[in-house]
Design a protein around this ligand. Structure first.
Ligand SMILES: [Zn+2]
Length: 79
């Protein structure tokens, strides 16, 4: 499941909020998905965890906030 369309939609709908200036985040960059496979124990148990890394960029005038995050959806305003 890719998060990228959700990030795009949240930004387009101005629902992703900059924690510094409280205005909508305008851009994102360097979206990447990560998959970690973990093998544990005698009986091989494969755990795949899917994550993302993305740089969120406020880009509002006078605000230099940007953040490389694994949890971009935490910046989305709840309905
Ligand atoms: Zn900002």
């Amino acid at each position: 499941m890719s998060l990228e369309p959700k990030i795009k939609e949240a930004i387009a709908n101005k629902k992703m909020i900059c924690p510094t200036c409280k205005k909508p985040i305008l851009k994102y960059d360097k979206y990447a998905e990560t998959i970690d496979s973990v093998r544990e124990g005698f009986n091989i148990d494969t755990v795949d965890s899917y994550g993302v890394r993305v740089t969120l960029i406020c880009a509002n005038e006078g605000c230099a906030w940007k953040e490389r995050t694994e949890y971009p959806m935490e910046y989305v305003l709840e309905e």
